[in-house]
Design a protein around this ligand. Structure first.
Ligand SMILES: Cc1cc2nc3c(=O)[nH]c(=O)nc-3n(C[C@H](O)[C@H](O)[C@H](O)COP(=O)(O)OP(=O)(O)OC[C@H]3O[C@@H](n4cnc5c(N)ncnc54)[C@H](O)[C@@H]3O)c2cc1C
Length: 392
């Protein structure tokens, strides 16, 4: 049996960052990854350009049963720390919008950077590694706490870090390994549901508008986001919808202001002398296809001088406060993240170590901390990985 100081299971964003920090501290570290290569989710992230952090990261950008849990780790490894690493490796990047930083070139550069840092820190990485069993070693004469049995043989380790991520996009190698292991050691989990995910709507609602995108404010459960919404064949997507999906629970309604900052009632009244058709007034703000479909579904078009004050008020309300109850979401197959996971009450917010099982750590998306869209989930992965890396 090979003796290791720290075994990290999962070579994603959090696992690699933890391994680098622990390796730099002189620990003998081994990362075990079941996929054929490391960092597969990083490679597909941000449309292949990896939105690796956000300039403005606050604990309020994260959802968790305990909103305070992420504070310590986020404060100790900031976006600027990761930016410095990116700059050290000469990776060019840009702010796309809203503080979101992307590689100019490709997400591959981030994975190569992490790989180089692992090499420099003397971290061992094994890919195509199947973990058959993890056991606790109850031996008071030994420092080692866990035995990991894999297709590469048996390892014993003092610290075991679980960095296997969430279950979104199973086709990329996501598994529920982390949740199962947490249960094996008696740790509680919070409910896991798809996060940053498109909504499905009832049949026939707006599917003909598929591909149209509209600047909107979307609100649900006291959270609001102003960005585009996108009509899809199945329902609604786009950044504002993905963001609000993190705050939505089954059966909740969402409210969409399709004309933020515009006083539609005044606009319609201004067009009365010209007897403009309602559909043409709406087409000044929306793509024509949307204006036509909207009138067909909600309010038959007619010259606006023939609309009563009540009609105009209703039209304004329908467009500024479009209320709908999504049928559901497109599920884990389309979700960017998994909301929920290892209950933060089980972990130290300083070290990510289990309170019940000394030597066992959980980092990254497997923990019940979910970020907004826009580089926040990677920042949590880097920060929680770094936090654990200082102690494992
Ligand atoms: C399409 C897409 C785009 C995204 N874009 C962005 C973005 O631009 N910015 C952003 O901030 N976030 C983005 N995210 C979210 C982000 O990728 C994750 O939150 C982040 O990767 C989580 O890091 P992690 O290390 O916890 O998990 P992961 O990066 O998922 O890593 C987990 C690792 O564990 C391995 N693993 C799983 N099970 C086992 C097992 N049984 N044995 C061994 N290894 C195992 C996996 O193969 C994987 O390598 C995106 C997600 C998706 C799906």
């Amino acid at each position: 049996m090979t003796n290791i100081n720290t075994i990290v299971i999962g070579a994603g964003a959090a696992g690699l960052m933890c391994a680098i920090e622990a390796g730099n501290r002189g620990r003998k570290v081994l990362v075990l990854e079941h996929a054929e290569k490391i960092g597969k989710k990083i490679l597909i992230s941000g449309g292949g350009r990896c939105n690796f952090t956000n300039l403005d990261v606050k604990p309020e950008n994260f959802i968790s049963n305990n909103p305070h849990f992420s504070k310590s780790a986020l404060a100790r490894y900031t976006p600027q720390d990761f930016i410095s690493l990116v700059e050290k490796h000469g990776i060019k990047y840009h702010e796309k919008k809203l503080g979101q930083l992307f590689c100019d070139g490709s997400a591959k550069e981030i994975v190569q950077m992490l790989q180089k840092e692992c090499e420099d820190a003397g971290v061992g990485v094994k890919v195509n590694c199947t973990i058959d069993k993890v056991e606790q070693i109850n031996n008071s004469n030994s420092d080692t706490a866990f035995r990991v049995i894999s297709n590469f043989g048996e390892f014993s380790t003092e610290s075991l870090v679980i960095a296997t991520g969430g279950i979104s996009i199973p086709q990329m190698g996501a598994t529920d390994f982390g949740y199962k292991l947490a249960k094996q050691f008696g740790l509680k989990l919070t409910k896991t549901v798809p996060g940053l995910v498109p909504f499905t709507l009832n049949e026939g609602s707006y599917s003909e508008l598929s591909g149209l995108s509209i600047d909107s404010i979307v609100t649900c459960n006291n959270a609001s986001f102003r960005e585009n919404i996108l009509f899809t064949h199945k329902g609604l997507s786009g950044p504002a919808i993905l963001q609000i999906s993190n705050y939505w629970n089954e059966g909740d309604d969402i409210t969409i202001d399709l004309l933020p900052g515009i006083d539609l009632v005044s606009v319609i009244n201004e067009h009365k002398p010209n007897k403009t058709e309602l559909v043409n007034v709406l087409a000044k703000f929306f793509p024509k296809r949307f204006a036509e479909q909207w009138c067909e579904l909600n309010f038959p078009t007619k010259p606006v001088n023939r609309l009563s004050d009540k009609d105009i008020e209703l039209i304004g309300k329908l467009l500024h406060e479009w209320k709908l109850v999504p049928k559901g979401t497109e599920g884990f197959g389309k979700a960017e993240v998994t909301k929920g996971g290892v209950d933060t009450n089980e972990l130290s917010s300083k070290t990510m170590e289990s309170k019940k099982v000394p030597g066992l750590y959980f980092i990254g998306e497997v923990v019940d901390v979910t970020g907004w869209l826009g580089g926040y989930n990677f920042q949590w992965a880097w920060a929680s990985g770094f936090a654990a890396g200082q102690y494992v």
